[in-house]
Design a protein around this ligand. Structure first.
Ligand SMILES: Nc1nc(=O)c2c([nH]1)NC[C@@H]1CN(c3ccc(C(=O)N[C@@H](CCC(=O)O)C(=O)O)cc3)CN21
Ligand SMILES: CC(C)C(=O)C(=O)O
Ligand SMILES: [Mg+2]
Length: 290
């Protein structure tokens, strides 16, 4: 497969893609090599998700992830993907006190992390913060449905939008985010019918994860796509395209075995001094055993 070179998308291009029914691709990346490979693969947008708490830092939820973590990983991802539109997640509780505090963390993701946009979880209740960011010139990606930062309130990672009441609330939240100026909205673990209907009702794109084919784009976690995990658990909404976890484990096992059996390093991996050095070091008569 060849490397795809392209111009980075803008929020204007993303809206055109919705109008042209050209599906938007988004993949998470958290560091230099993952972002570089994702850019080389030709994705439209990168998300530096707070899912890095789970897949990179080993926490059991996204709640412990800090703004410092997000800035650090966004900077690294940017070094790998200089030509891709990068969205950075605002972490847990960083957009719920004052507008000033929210804007300062948004500033750090843009100015220190070099993100192009930020993402916030929530609907109508966070539109004050969305509006403030948009007024400051920062594109905001909304995120409704399963919002993992509210896992303890939701009582688990459950499908959203099964009932009429849920469907109405999700639509109202989506419309409120659109009115507040969000450039697109992630729909996470939302039933197909509700996600498709919301996508039709909005003029801004929806980007689905576990929300069916009716969304204007799709996002998945890098580590899920390539099974880069020590204990990969199947998730219904994920399709895996490679098994990097197994490849890494087997590769490292072979290295360990080669070192133990002295098969590595071989002569091709080693460096020789001049021929007279051995006699010089050991004294006359020493024969080098090779
Ligand atoms: N590796 C990874 N992938 C993700 O997509 C992801 C994270 N981590 N961490 C942050 C959130 C949490 N997410 C999750 C976590 C678990 C399920 C899950 O267990 N889903 C089941 C059951 C859903 C249901 O039936 O209600 C599934 O089989 O899809 C879904 C989304 C999505 N995000
Ligand atoms: C799953 C996506 C939408 C996300 O928020 C993340 O990766 O943190
Ligand atoms: Mg997230």
């Amino acid at each position: 497969m060849s490397v795809v070179k392209k111009q980075p998308v803008s929020i204007v291009k993303l809206k055109n893609m919705k109008e042209n029914k050209d599906p938007i691709t988004m993949v998470t990346a958290y560091d230099y090599p993952t972002a570089a490979l994702v850019e080389q693969a030709g994705v439209d947008t990168i998300l530096v998700g707070d899912s890095l708490g789970n897949v990179v830092l080993g926490y059991d939820s996204t709640l412990p992830v800090t703004i410092d973590d997000m800035v650090y990983h966004t900077r690294a991802a940017r070094r790998g993907a200089p030509n891709t539109f990068i969205v950075a997640d605002m972490p847990f509780m960083t957009y719920h006190s004052t507008v000033a505090e929210t804007l300062n963390d948004v500033r750090r993701l843009m100015q220190e992390g070099h993100a192009n946009a930020v993402k916030m979880e929530g609907g109508a209740e966070i539109t004050l913060m969305v509006d403030a960011c948009v007024k400051a010139g920062v594109p905001v990606l909304g995120h409704i449905g399963l919002t993992p930062q509210s896992v303890h309130q939701l009582g688990g990672y459950r499908i959203q939008g099964k009932t009429k009441e849920d469907a109405d609330r999700l639509l109202q939240d989506a419309l409120a985010l659109e009115r507040a100026g969000a450039f697109a909205i992630v729909l996470e673990l939302v039933t197909d019918q509700v996600a498709a209907y919301i996508s039709e009702r909005l003029s801004i794109p929806t980007i689905g994860i576990g929300a069916g084919a009716g969304c204007d784009g799709q996002v998945l976690v890098f580590h899920d796509i390539v099974r880069f995990s020590p204990d990969y658990r199947e998730k219904r909404f994920v399709k895996t395209y490679a098994d990097i976890g197994t490849t890494i484990r087997e590769g490292i096992q072979s290295y360990v075995q080669d070192v133990k059996t002295r098969a590595f390093p071989a002569e091709v991996n080693s460096f020789r001094a001049e021929d007279n050095v051995v006699e010089h070091l050991y004294g006359p008569g020493k024969v080098e055993v090779r």
